[in-house]
Design a protein. Sequence first.
Length: 279
Amino acid sequence: MVKIQSIESNKLSYFHTLHQFDKYAEVTTLEEFCEYYEWAKNNNIKVYILGNGSNTLFTKKRVQSLIIKNKLPKFINTLDDLHLEVSSSVLVMDILKYCQEKYLDSFYYLASVPATVGGALAMNAGRGRKHECTIYDYVESITFLENGCVKTLKNHEVERSYRETIFTGKHDKIILSAVFKFTPLNSKDNLLIERLKWSKENQDHSAPNCGSVFKLSYYPIMKIMKGFSIGEATFSPKTANWIINKSQSSLPILILILIAKILHFLAFKKVKLEIITID
């Protein structure tokens, strides 16, 4: 049975902006997701599947989209010494802790990203364009729900590009789980702790943020924007292409993004958002 809630919260995005969500639901089963999706489809309402909100920007004070929070059961199933089946609601950090305990190579560069597995897979999360490393380096298959049917794709069947997959912005699909294959580490170094130390030294965690704002931008422009503020939102003076936010409103963030886009337009440079904007 469809149970739509109306809530006010600043906990659904890592920007911690405050919004009224007129249509909010949490799903714990596939049947519930199908019911909510059909309800939204019949009422011509946009759907957004929310993982942990680590790359989400809500653009309006009153959000009209149906926000479906992924509360599917969490599990990490050991298939053998090198293979794991992991549900989409599990946090990336939980996999990394497991891999470190077992001395397995993994996507430790995502240790500072507070994402769920489903969110990381949907966005093709990775280390950065120049490194050419993503979570898909370890994926064997992904299982998802589409049109009421459970489907599985092998790694090479998942269409993807930089910070984008067939699941990005496609809210008729919900990732259910993935099978990962890891390899033994050649050293006993704690790569998880090393990455967290690197993050503390090089990334700006002084205020709420969603990490990289743009997945395509011109660095000289983003360097100029460092430290530029609108109200209580600021392009981080420490980490280029990050916006740190202390405002309850998303408007200052949106203005900063618009200014950066205008500067790119005037310089004849391409720019493309990485964060997902939801109204």
